[in-house]
Design a protein around this ligand. Structure first.
Ligand SMILES: [Zn+2]
Length: 173
């Protein structure tokens, strides 16, 4: 590979890390609310135009996933439901609803951190983002800051289990 091409790829990798960190900052907001920590940002021309984090319990709706909130905000910014030319960064592999919304929004590229073997629709359970039968396919980059995001999720669920255990013990005594 030519040196110039290689440095371009490295530049992009650095940018992906930077924006994934912004998505992680969103996930931490969810964590603070006691929500499963998932965060998302949408980037257009090197600028964040939509942010979101999971608020499913807070807002009492399954629609309050990080990606849906970020897509809504990005649409407002673009003044268009089509998010052509945008990149979506998310800390966990999108579910069927969010993967569907990503295809609907014609987002060309998704960069994700951790895979979700139980619910992910970027190849884990099924691949909605890359189905040749749909009218739009999304290019997917996996594993950016995967360890950091997996660790955050594991910590969250461990705390949740410990909290629930304590509650049970209190009720029992
Ligand atoms: Zn989702």
């Amino acid at each position: 590979m030519k040196l110039e091409a290689r440095s371009r790829i490295q530049d992009q990798d650095q940018k992906d890390i930077k924006y994934m960190k912004a998505a992680i900052a969103q996930a931490r907001k969810a964590y603070k609310l006691g929500e499963v920590p998932i965060g998302c940002v949408i980037v257009y021309e090197d600028k964040i135009i939509g942010r979101g984090y999971n608020r499913r319990n807070t807002d009492k709706t399954p629609l309050a996933h990080a990606e849906i909130t970020a897509i809504k905000k990005a649409g407002k910014f673009m003044q268009d439901w089509r998010l052509e030319g945008c990149k979506l960064y998310v800390t966990l592999e999108p579910c069927q609803m969010c993967a569907g919304a990503i295809v609907q929004a014609r987002i060309p590229e998704v960069i994700m951190a951790a895979e979700n073997p139980k619910a992910g629709c970027a190849g884990s359970v099924m691949d909605i983002l890359n189905n040749p039968d749909f009218n739009h396919q999304v290019s997917v980059k996996k594993g950016v800051l995967q360890e950091e995001c997996s660790k955050m999720l594991k910590e969250f669920f461990l705390e949740l289990r410990n909290r629930n255990k304590l509650l049970k013990e209190k009720k029992g005594s």
